[in-house]
Design a protein around this ligand. Sequence first.
Ligand code: AMP
Ligand code: MG
Length: 403
Amino acid sequence: MGTATKQHTETPADALVRMLQQLQPVEVETVPASSAWGRVLAEPVRADRDNPPASVSAMDGYAVRLADLNAPTLPVCGEVAIGHEPLVLPAGHALRIFTGGCIPAGCEAVIRREDVRELGSAIELRVSPQAIRPGDNIRYQGENAKAGQQVLAAGRQIDAAVASALAAFGVSRPRVFRRVRVGLLITGDELLPPERQPQPWQLRDSNGWTLQSMLSTVPWIELIRCMRAVDALPAISSSLDQLLSRCDAVFITGGVSMGDHDYVPAAVRDLGCRVVFRKLPIRPGKPLLGAVGPQGQAVLGLPGNPVSVAVTARRFGVPVLRVLAGFSTAEPPRPVVRLNEEDCDAIKLWWYRPVCLDSDGTARCVPNMGSGDLAATARSDGFVEIAPGQSNFDSLPFWPWSI
Ligand code: AMP
Ligand code: MG
């Protein structure tokens, strides 16, 4: 098929995009704001009224008319109580005002408290009257947003900044994408659950915990189930079938290479999934498989080495999940880092190297023994991507382990 032949020329990023283009976001639901933190907005947010809703003071100070400022002192005739409707400023007077207080009718500027001498019932300017300009320290009605204006686009995560806008515009039940349902399938005859005591020829399954820790605390993901299967086609097919019936995305680890006991590609095909890519020019993780299930489910077969799983889940799996989740971008804005001089090296593949970050933005490679070295990887903050033959290492894309 055409998809299988593209792998020789296309970059891993292009292969990923090809998979992303075949995915649709999950359904939309309406939830109370208190259940929406960290979820993805499914509709734009519009201002239900002007913001600010009335002209208000930006400072603690005195509301004045400019024509009154040439007198040696100005009597203070009262105070603007915050949270009350606007007053009228009598000519020849000042009103004491606080940040957020409504600008009284007739007021042309607010003079900051530190710019006057307070004489009990009057004020005297400490600055020249010419220094006070119309509009000084006034936030005008609607200057942030006009009623009806779009404030936020769909596809944004409800973080602290978005939540503030939802509250201000009265969106107490936002429309959000439902959580992406993710299933995990860990394959391998040699594996035991981490809490069991293995024989020397057995391994504790670390990939299950890698993926659970990466995904289970993410607010827009619902981790449905983590299954284990031995290296046999019926076992893998039956587990995958169960997960596909309940999930939007299934990540499988192990059994995806060319070994006699690598049954994942066959199971994926038998269940009617369309393979989008198989093998990418990357290290670690070369045998990575991407497929789309009969109901549009995303299926990734991650090569079982622990570092391969962590890297490919983060680099390829997370963008896949983000598209299913309805995000407007497959990756959030990503920091770039400069690679420590001694680590500058390239190979013929796209190379993902676990690094520690210094506070100045320099990344240092964690010395490691290869894609099985989870001890070294455990000391890293994330990884950088080095293109084949790359010669400049000043701004490499960096992926932190946490999403
Ligand atoms: P595979 O991709 O199944 O050929 O596995 C490649 C290597 O990764 C083998 O050495 C496996 O023992 C190891 N491995 C596979 N799955 C896991 C796992 N869940 N936890 C720890 N090591 C694993
Ligand atoms: Mg295996």
